[in-house]
Write a protein that binds this ligand. Sequence first.
Ligand code: GLU
Length: 304
Amino acid sequence: MCVFMLYQYKKINYRGRFAPSPTGGLHMGSLVSACASFLDAKASQGEWLIRMEDIDPPREQAGATEEILRALEAHHLSTCSEIIFQSKRSHRYISAIKQLWQQGDVYSCRCSSKQIKVLRKECLYCPCRDQSIIECMGEWHENILDELDQLGGALRLRVDELAESQIVFEDRHYGVISKNVAKEVGDFIIRRSDGLFAYQLAVVVDDAWQGITDVVRGADLLDVTPRQIFLQKKLGLPTPRYRHVPLVYDEQGNKLSKQHFAPVLDNALALDNLRVACRYLNIKLEDPQSIEDLLSQAVDAWVK
Ligand code: GLU
């Protein structure tokens, strides 16, 4: 039986979320994603939550969490429930690893991604799969991850070439997506060699725990969605509906993202920022005079 059967949140028809990583302040690209998931939730009379994905300290920027939360508030994108912080949820991720470990679905791997790439080119599996340190460590016990850390290595999820690795889902924007996770991705990391939990694990555990029914986010994550669905199936968790929103680009053709130094939004210009975000989402507005007016027009337009 799946360990997450008891959701923290009551079941409802629609619950969406915006899940930023605090690697910098809110920029136009992330405002577009936040607006899309917010409008989709409101247009469905659903709930909308904010989840801070702060599980990767080396990539994070001091003060970014507070900056993002202030910006969302300034743009009136307010959460329906308490904000959860992934940095405080290690116990949940450990429970998921325990389940996968007991099912024989994970192994410890010391190969670099470069080595794995070479092996995969030759259609070979990583040798760590067969010399499983995990089997030698015996039954799951409390200190097992610390012991594993002393030996070094990441935890990988086995993705065997079986029918279950063919993932097909219908994205609400991009239509039917089909991907063979065994062939196109292979065994992927759920806990990194530096002891940090991988995004793929944390996002799957938290979407289920929060009872998220609809994930609306940027199209840069379309590619990793089959991996997340595969992991949901391994953990016996439900699969939410997905809607990926086309990315936005600046005049030079660069994706509006932190990597391309998209400027952090000025909260004093919230109404203008939201106008621009709506333009990127192809939402036509009739000269809104306030943020409330804009959001209410945008929700109506989203329904149509
Ligand atoms: N935290 C991720 C990011 O900021 C988004 C995760 C998600 O929406 O699934 O890119």
